[in-house]
Write a protein that binds this ligand. Structure first.
Ligand SMILES: [Zn+2]
Ligand SMILES: [Zn+2]
Length: 262
């Protein structure tokens, strides 16, 4: 079987795991303090002050604000309501001091705030904004698939025999069982997750599958937004690392951010 035939044979498995995802459509403007945006001025209120870095204690750079009540209709209220905000320390002296571990509250801060009343006067936080603002003015839908490191958990099993240079690929739910030369069946050709900034879909894990668990109910958190290096935010997480904002499916106020690189 060549790779195309393998992909065809696995179509029912692929169909089950296809998920919609959305690329943000941006304009180089800041927009209102409650708009979905990269960088620029977020909504800051009396109960939601501008967060500081846990390491250098300086104000963090605003990276992302998502108006959860104004996402593509197909998502419904899956991620709840309010503004999801991500802040990150971009100072040189803090590089390498963390930021990759969800819930560490060191270099990153992610939260859901509920705007009420006027936002903070813009004169104060303006000085914390270094990166150019990009307002999210729309979403471009595409179909995403799970990253190869996630296939095993989803019932697609790869068994490599490095001596024989063969790969045995099994999908028990389809009674699929095939042994091929290793080069003929790369997992990436079967299904892989798109890199770049995106809403929903599947995380493009750079290393291992790493859904954090909700500290309250211990459920695995779900992917909300992938924040990639140097896409809409002019910043690199480590060496071309890729970050993920996740949320507890039951406790929508509990959100986390982590990233990984090679
Ligand atoms: Zn810092
Ligand atoms: Zn929970």
């Amino acid at each position: 079987m060549n790779p195309q035939e393998v992909v065809r044979a696995l179509e029912p498995w692929l169909a089950r795991h296809r998920r919609p995802a959305w690329k943000p459509i941006v304009e180089n403007i800041d927009g209102s303090p409650i708009a979905s945006k990269f960088c620029g001025l977020p909504w800051i209120g009396p109960d939601a002050p501008w967060p500081e870095c846990g390491v250098c204690k300086q104000p963090l750079q605003h990276f992302l604000q998502l108006d959860l009540g104004n996402l593509p209709e197909e998502l419904g209220r899956r991620f709840g309501l309010g503004l999801l905000q991500l802040f990150y320390c971009t100072r040189k002296e803090c590089r390498g001091s963390g930021g990759w571990e969800p819930f560490a509250d060191d270099l990153s801060r992610v939260r859901v705030v509920h705007p009420n009343g006027p936002s903070w006067p813009t004169s104060h936080p303006q000085q914390h904004v270094q990166f150019p603002a990009r307002q999210i003015v729309g979403w471009s839908r595409f179909t995403d698939l799970p990253a190869p490191c996630e296939h095993d958990n989803l019932g697609l099993i790869y068994k490599y025999d490095f001596n024989a240079r063969t790969l045995r690929l099994q999908c028990p739910e389809l009674s699929f069982d095939l042994t091929n030369p290793m080069k003929d069946c790369p997992a990436e050709e079967i299904a892989s997750s798109q890199l770049g900034d995106k809403l929903a879909g599947w995380p493009a894990w750079v290393q291992d599958v790493k859904y954090p668990r909700c500290p309250r109910c211990k459920l695995p958190m779900v992917n909300v937004f992938q924040v990639d290096s140097e896409d809409n935010i002019p910043f690199m997480f480590g060496d071309y690392g890729c970050g993920h904002v996740t949320q507890c499916p039951d406790h929508k106020e509990i959100v986390a951010f982590g990233w990984a690189c090679f």
